[in-house]
Design a binder for this molecule. Structure first.
Ligand SMILES: [Zn+2]
Ligand SMILES: [Zn+2]
Length: 355
């Protein structure tokens, strides 16, 4: 089968590999019908994920059809159409039992797929702990509608869940990339009084304005002033930082009111500074990133009910055999790309569709 593989620092390649087989009675083999590319894939390529193993098939955002299950798998059967969770978790350890599945103590616990074990930018993928890692997609939900459930959408859902948002709140979301938009969609489910999104890219600002007209969009340079002016208690009640730069980290706590919750969803390339003397008396609560992706069944239900729609994020579509081109566009942020949908190799021809 074709598998897009991490060869060495700076190099991914589409190569032929044997089709994966079951290794454990709790495994499943899934035929990947649709996958996507995540910024974390680029982090592997550029060497900022030290635990990533060369030779591993990359890709951790995918949906597919179950081909085969091990003897101990009970929740899914061959033929089921499923989402695949970015995280591998046993469901039994201390952290799993408390819902902190990102910290599962299994040897492959946390983000292993497409990092330390073969992932889904391929024709088939082996999913460990299939009862935890796979969720059946409702018939009324398409592959494209379900594509982000296991990773970026799970992240947005988790971020909104831990941020303790109430209907009286002013919520600031910093960053309107794919994870920022997924966070926005899940924050909207909490019906806060006001949502402000901070973004600098004109294309992303346009996307937010077009699809979410009730959301106020501000540029980074105006963010602090506008948030302070339009919130009732000297800053946002909740801030979600999804951009991941030094400036946006600072902006996040500066825009927060005293006693606010600041949820840090972003992954930074460098350590960040907590200038505690400047913050003294603000009494902030920081919550930090690493999605606990254990809400996929609920997310799928919300998609089925029409309450979450990530379709505006899919700006480009390519077949697996043209994944190099998909990466070129995604990596260089060309042509207004948000997310790329990578379909099975049989579907020939490029269709580039812009939002
Ligand atoms: Zn990802
Ligand atoms: Zn566990």
């Amino acid at each position: 089968m074709l598998a897009y593989t991490y060869i060495e620092h700076g190099k991914f390649e589409l190569i032929e590999k044997p089709k994966p087989g079951l290794k454990d009675p709790r495994d499943a083999i899934v035929r990947v019908t649709l996958g996507s590319i995540c910024t974390s894939d680029l982090h592997i390529k550029h060497g900022s994920v030290p635990r990533a193993l060369p030779g591993t098939t990359v890709g951790h955002e995918m949906v597919g059809i179950v081909e085969q299950v091990g003897a101990d798998v009970t929740s899914i059967r061959p033929g089921d159409r499923v989402t695949v969770n970015v995280e591998t978790f046993c469901g039994e350890c201390f952290f799993c039992r408390h819902g902190y599945v990102n910290n599962c103590t299994d040897a492959n616990g946390g983000w292993a797929l497409g990092c330390r074990i073969d992932g889904g930018q391929a024709e088939y993928v082996r999913v460990p702990y299939a009862d935890q890692g796979l969720n059946r997609i409702p018939d009324a939900v398409s592959d494209e509608q379900a594509l982000f459930v296991g990773d970026v959408l799970a992240t947005g859902f988790w971020a909104a869940r831990i941020s303790e948002i109430t209907e009286k709140d002013t919520v600031l979301i910093i960053g309107a990339g794919p994870t920022g938009i997924c966070t926005l969609l899940c924050v909207m489910l909490k019906h806060p009084r006001r949502i402000i999104v901070c973004e600098k890219s004109p294309e992303r600002i346009r996307l937010v304005r077009e699809h979410y007209p009730d959301v106020q969009v501000v540029k980074p340079e105006d963010c602090r002033e506008i948030v302070l002016r339009s919130s009732d208690h000297g800053g946002a009640d909740v801030v979600l930082e999804v951009a991941g730069t030094d400036d946006t980290f600072r902006l996040a706590w500066e825009c927060a009111r005293p006693n606010a919750i600041v949820t840090v969803v972003a992954l930074y390339d460098r350590p960040q500074v907590l200038p505690l003397p400047d913050m003294y008396g603000k009494n902030l609560t920081f919550k930090t990133g690493g999605v606990d992706g254990c809400d996929c069944a609920e997310i799928l239900r919300l998609i089925e009910e029409g309450k979450i729609d990530t379709m505006p994020l899919i700006t480009h579509r390519f077949p697996l055999n043209e994944i190099e081109e998909a990466y070129r566009i995604f990596e260089n942020k060309l042509d207004g790309v948000m997310k790329v949908a990578v379909s099975e190799r049989e579907k020939k021809g490029i269709r580039v569709i812009r939002v």
